[in-house]
Ligand binder design. Structure first.
Ligand code: PLP
Length: 957
């Protein structure tokens, strides 16, 4: 510990008083009074079942101040060692343009935004994501790209599963999946791990020599390969198609500015990482992966897709197309379990393309390629054996017996090379490579620089067959924001179109949109954290590993489990990791037949989708009238699946926002039947310091650090979904994809520590709050939810309550009766809230026709009252519909949200005044948010799918 002496620390307000919004005693008392309790503890004691309460406080040490926390982070950062990162293998150094770093990566308007499910308040980030899709489509030469996946290796796994779903060729569909041996090792490991759970065959073969024998469902190639080799894929792709296989190419976006895109060579799917487009190495993540597909495959593509539709005035508007909330709707039939992806990083990558434009990207690629050629030529001239003649940025060199010495010599000069084996060294050049670095690398090999173009045999030019001839990034967005002033204003213009946490509460049930404190965020872009390669030697990463071990330890203490892995990079991936651990456990005991996963009807859609990916069969358990698990049905389902029972997945407190009193009984019944209990920990914000899933019946859980532990939502990612388990499941926790060998623990993410780059945020949160502060936050979250429930219950009945009529940390407002009576829907209310300057609560999950409100502990009483006032005012408008003051079609509800253009139009003929449209409550006169578009027609956008930047003329009406 390097905490400065107390005398050196300026006295300041404890952080907990800044994190918790309603902190003044008078506010707490007012809220308690509304709920009908004298003390907060009395409320908590009633709401949380006695038999799950933990008996002692969290042992996490005392809370630190912001100054102390940052000092500790500085100490940890200093234990990492930055270097020139030339290891490659899927991760390349890059320059994040400062204007993008400060205004997007570190810009709260971008990082505190939620996933754009409410498109009217999300036009800015939707445009940025559409730019990302357009950029990917252009570079890979395929017509449809999605708005990011979690990392390259899992994107390949998604592509493999998609080929298995989408291959309609009768002979080929059940065949094996073939991966080129030159795929990234972490990719091969992830695909094999997924295949093992699902029971299909994967073969790894050198495809430059042609396809292996046998029936093939799909083929995966890598361009350039991990060895650096670039070969013309045309004939192997043609041969694969001839045999009925689909083809995926994992491709490097920067290389594609020079190399023929996979789409032009006949590939069906392209995937890869957009990391080197301005996203820091981050010790392995978070980075945006991409996926693009040929026409006809878009409906089975995983992840989110931004499309173009029109609003109620016919103005073009962006929205998420097709699979908006597909896990919730399709559950075990979903195309994948991915929910939170990598929106913020995709936006950074898209802005990098906006910043550089096509010429700038090409210049970076040429410089990168040029340095690699110089290195190869010089090494060859020095008599070394350069293994491939056609490459982009990565060179592999045979150095029999000398690899260790060369890698060490380079490290001595502050350069990390890739140590492949005792006889082989590799390295990758990138945007940051300089002539001086080239000389140092050559020095490590004992060579000196020669001019690459000096002799034809050492020119190392790309084969003509793979040279790109087509244009890319021709849309004006990639050439109009070239000065910094223009780009700054473009970034500002887009974020001004959106509502994020920096403007309003985002009361989204289940999503826990709480404060992302600046002090928590600061460290993520420090070079000692951000510029570390995931495969850097341990001697350079002590600080990172200490921070991660510390955080895993903190989460162990909080959850009551025995072991935590922070590897999964979203909640959905934590679910898969946990279920695979359960699977591994049953298999290790010879219980091969245990593959049934019970899931309550109210579960989050990812649960069922994850169970399918873990090779399990989903059996749904009914909900009782009071919102708890239907016991009769539970026991019947256990009985019916006795021998095959693998596990149950329950969320606690339940997705109904209530602490079910019988959770122990449910867990006991499952254990008695030989099953395991998976507790979805997305609602941990209602438990921290009060109850521990590891102690009240859970065997394994995932947590969402981007919910409970303050990682910002980023407009749809990044996330971290640690998996936490009891000791008996510890041997089955995620393995390391980069070093994985068959038969060992299945890895979940491409890199060992997943989205390491954002972990300092959660680490700092725990340090700033301390055990007691975290517990107080939980209690404050309970009070806030119960306050809103109590204040709104007369206007919108609260659907489910537990002991004493209390809810947990969120409440479901039931609109179904009002809808039946007046036709006004929960969606109308959600859209009308925009006119009041709010982001809607969670719509239609977990119950259709309802809104789920989660204020979190970070909202102050004034903001909650502003929300309550808005909801009560909206209720009065619903009554106006009922009383016939205006028809539903002509109401401010159905016409919401109102744009400025609508409000000032000369032909205002609506049955309510303009004032009511835009200033329904007085405070809006000063602080008014006007959505840039009106209500968007979702069905139109799905019928007529447009998912790249439309011509600007479309917007000129
Ligand atoms: C958010 C959530 C998930 C999924 O987490 P992601 O990080 O979005 O993948 C799973 N279960 C519940 C209850 C959730 O609220």
């Amino acid at each position: 510990m390097t905490v400065p002496p107390a005398s050196a620390i300026p006295a300041s307000t404890p952080f907990v008083d800044r994190h918790i919004g309603a902190r003044r005693q008078a506010d707490v008392d007012a809220m308690l009074k509304a709920v009908g309790y004298d003390t907060l503890d009395a409320l908590v004691d009633t709401a949380v079942p006695r038999d799950i309460r933990q008996d002692s406080g969290l042992e996490l040490g005392a809370a630190l101040s912001e100054v102390e926390t940052l000092a500790e982070l500085r100490t940890l950062a200093a234990k990492n060692k930055t270097a020139v990162q030339m290891i490659g293998q899927g991760y390349y150094d890059t320059v994040t343009p400062p204007v993008i770093r400060r205004n997007i990566l570190e810009g709260p308007a971008w990082y505190t935004a939620y996933t754009p499910y409410q498109p009217e308040i999300s036009q800015g980030r939707l445009e940025a994501l559409l730019n990302f899709q357009t950029m990917v489509q252009d570079l890979v030469g395929l017509p449809i790209a999605n708005a990011s996946l979690l990392d390259e290796a899992t994107a390949v796994a998604e592509a493999v599963l998609m080929m298995r779903r989408a291959n309609k060729n009768k002979e080929a569909r059940d065949g094996k999946t073939v991966l080129d041996a030159d795929c990234l090792p972490q990719t091969i490991a992830i695909v094999k791990g997924r295949a093992e759970a699902l029971g299909f065959e994967v073969e790894v073969a050198d495809l430059s020599k042609g396809l292996p024998d046998g029936v093939i469902n799909g083929v995966v190639l890598q361009q350039p390969g991990v060895s650096g080799r670039v070969f013309d894929h045309t004939s192997v792709i043609a041969a694969a198609k001839e045999r009925g296989a689909l083809v995926t190419v994992a491709a490097d976006l920067l290389a594609l500015t020079l190399i023929t895109p996979p789409g032009e060579q006949g590939a069906d799917i392209a995937v890869g990482s957009a990391q080197r487009f301005g996203v820091p190495l981050f010790y392995g993540g978070p980075h945006a992966a991409y996926m693009a597909v040929q026409k006809g495959l878009e409906r089975s593509m995983p992840g989110r897709l931004v499309g173009v539709s029109k609003d109620n005035a016919g103005v073009p508007a962006y929205r998420l197309a097709l699979q908006t909330r597909e896990q919730h709707i399709r559950r075990e039939k979903a195309t994948s379990n991915i929910c939170t992806a990598q929106a913020l990083l995709a936006i950074v990558a898209s802005m990098y393309a906006v910043y550089h434009g096509p010429d700038g990207l090409k210049a970076i690629a040429q410089a990168t390629h040029g340095h690699a050629k110089t290195l190869a030529a010089s090494l060859k001239a020095a008599g070394l054996d350069v293994l491939h003649t056609s490459f982009f940025d990565t060179v592999t060199v045979a150095v029999p017996g000398k690899a260790a010495g060369i890698v060490a010599a380079a490290e001595g000069k502050g350069i990390n090379l890739r140590s492949i084996d005792a006889d082989t060294v590799g390295f990758s050049t990138d945007e940051t490579t300089t002539a001086a670095i080239v000389d140092d690398v050559l020095g490590a090999f004992g060579a000196t620089r020669i001019d690459a173009a000096a002799g034809t045999d050492t020119a190392f030019a790309l084969d003509a067959a793979v040279e790109r001839s087509s244009d890319f990034l021709q849309h004006p967005v990639f050439s109009t924001h070239r000065s910094e002033t223009q780009l700054l204003r473009y970034i500002r213009k887009l974020s001004d179109r959106d509502l994020a946490l920096d403007r309003t509460m985002i009361p989204l049930g289940s999503c826990t949109m709480k404060l992302n404190a600046t002090a928590e965020m600061e460290a993520i872009s420090w070079p000692e954290f951000a510029s570390i390669h995931p495969f850097a030697p341990d001697s350079q990463t002590a600080g990172w590993r200490e921070l991660i071990a510390d955080l895993e330890e903190q989460l162990t203490e909080i959850t009551g489990y025995d072991q935590v892995s922070i590897q999964p990079n979203a909640g959905s991936q934590g679910e898969l990791a946990g279920l695979l651990a359960i699977r591994g456990y049953h298999l290790s005991r010879g219980d091969e037949q245990r593959n049934v996963c019970l899931i309550p009807a109210s579960a989050h859609g990812t649960n069922a989708a994850s169970a399918v990916l873990a090779g399990m069969k989903v059996v749904v358990v009914a909900t009782a009238a009071d919102g708890t698990i239907d016991h009769a049905d539970l026991y019947a389902k256990i009985e019916a699946n006795m021998d095959a029972l693998s596990c149950i997945m329950i969320t606690y407190p339940s997705t109904h926002g209530v602490y079910d009193a019988d959770v122990r009984e449910v867990c006991d019944a499952i254990h008695a039947a030989g099953g395991q209990v998976y507790i979805d920990g997305a609602n941990l914000n209602a438990l921290v310091g009060l109850a521990q899933p590891g102690h009240f019946g859970g065997d394994v859980s995932h947590l969402n650090l981007h919910k409970t532990f303050c990682i910002p939502h980023g407009g749809g990612g990044p996330g971290v979904g640690p998996v936490a388990a009891k000791a008996h499941l510890a041997p089955f926790m995620p393995g390391n994809a980069a070093t994985w060998t068959e038969g060992n623990d299945v890895p979940i993410s491409a890199s060992k520590y997943g989205s390491a780059g954002v972990l300092p945020i959660s680490w700092a949160y725990v340090k700033l709050m301390g055990g007691q502060g975290l517990t107080e936050a939980t209690k404050a979250a309970l009070l806030a939810a119960n306050y809103i429930a109590a204040r709104l219950n007369d206007f919108f009945p609260v659907l489910y309550t537990g002991e004493g009529g209390l809810v947990a940390h969120e409440c479901i407002l039931d609109l179904r009766e009002l809808t039946a009576k007046t036709g006004v829907t929960a969606e109308d209310v959600a859209k009308r809230l925009i006119d009041y300057g709010f982001h809607a609560p969670t719509l239609a999950f977990p119950v259709a026709g309802t809104l789920m409100v989660e204020p979190t502990e970070s909202e102050d009483l004034g903001e909650m009252d502003r929300f309550i006032e808005a909801m009560i005012s909206i209720r009065a408008e619903i009554d106006q519909v009922e009383h016939g003051d205006f028809t539903l079609a002509d109401s401010p509800l159905r016409n919401a949200p109102h744009t400025a253009a609508a409000a000032i139009s000369t032909d205002w003929t609506r049955g309510y005044p303009r004032e009511q449209a835009v200033f329904p409550v007085h405070s809006l006169r000063q602080d008014k948010y006007f959505p840039p578009v009106g209500r968007i027609d979702g069905a139109l956008g799905d019928r007529n799918l447009i998912c790249s930047c439309p011509p600007l003329s479309e917007f000129e009406n």
